[in-house]
Design a protein around this ligand. Structure first.
Ligand SMILES: C[S@@+](CC[C@H](N)C(=O)[O-])C[C@H]1O[C@@H](n2cnc3c(N)ncnc32)[C@H](O)[C@@H]1O
Length: 251
């Protein structure tokens, strides 16, 4: 089975691990590196325990990230993972789960507002998974954004209109009726300035909907929105994809 591990310079845990000899380095960003390797399925439990003991957390499937408090380091690790994973991502996830999550988020927004949103941003679009959901058929204007440039390139190749960081920054206020974040928020990578930008480009009364895989990151999200200049009302709902949040921008 395939396994992906991000390591930072301060966590050189793969050194000294005999199995790591055959690993390929897929991506390097600052001091973070993504390694891809194959292990025997029967070794998985042992390898998982070993990585866990070395402060590497399994995020999904067999993808591991260093456990760190520092948000800047975490952003680098997460971006390194997804930058290197772009071409393999579809093979590692069950796409229909993510697509159904998108549909559930959109349905939740429609239920709350009484109508489908027209202008929608997919924040954390990955390589364009939203294209496998009903969302592109149901909304009039859909844009994607991802902080991994390789994901932006792949999503755009597949037909999703994708914004660069500069284009996202330059958008006028109140550009979107809704923002969707599927399997993104639990990574806790959004900086205060990301959140301020999303608050600014979301219309007053608009909704930012996302899921918290394994219910991770909910307190971080609540705290981050409290610190933001916009005011939000949060509604929560359980789902097979972890808790869903529907954050309505009040002001
Ligand atoms: C698990 S993938 C989900 C991708 C897609 N939404 C899906 O459901 O398949 C998480 C995505 O969020 C992106 N991401 C994480 N933190 C981000 C941030 N702060 N800004 C932009 N993109 C981010 C990652 O690069 C990655 O593509």
């Amino acid at each position: 089975m395939r396994i992906y591990i991000v390591v930072g310079s301060d966590a050189r845990v793969l050194v000294g691990w005999s199995q790591a000899e055959n690993f390929d380095c897929l991506a390097v960003e600052q001091d973070a590196r993504l390694y891809k390797g194959d292990i025997a399925e029967t070794d998985f439990a042992e390898v998982d325990a070993w990585l866990h003991a070395h402060k590497l957390e399994r995020m999904f499937e067999a993808c591991y990230l260093p456990v760190v408090e520092d948000v800047v380091a975490r952003r680098t690790y997460v971006r390194t993972l997804f930058a290197g994973l772009s071409n393999f991502y579809d093979g590692e996830i069950n796409k229909s789960v993510n697509a159904t999550c998108y549909d559930t988020l959109l349905q939740g927004i429609s239920r709350m507002t009484g109508h489908l949103p027209r202008h929608v941003l997919d924040f954390g679009c990955g390589p364009g998974t939203v294209l496998s959901s009903e969302v592109p058929r149901l909304v009039q204007h859909l844009k994607g954004f991802d902080f991994a440039s390789s994901n932006r390139a792949l999503a755009s190749e597949r037909g999703l209109g994708v914004l660069t960081p500069e284009q996202l920054e330059a958008l006028p206020n109140d550009s979107f009726d809704a923002i969707l974040s599927a399997f993104v928020l639990h990574y806790e990578t959004l900086s205060p300035s990301d959140i301020a930008t999303l608050g600014r480009v979301l219309k007053k009364g608009g909704i930012w909907a996302g899921n918290f895989h394994k219910d991770w990151g909910m307190d971080w999200f609540k705290g981050s929105l409290l610190k933001c200049a916009c005011h939000w009302q949060l509604d929560w709902a359980p789902s097979p994809y972890g808790q869903l949040v529907f954050a309505r921008r009040l002001a």
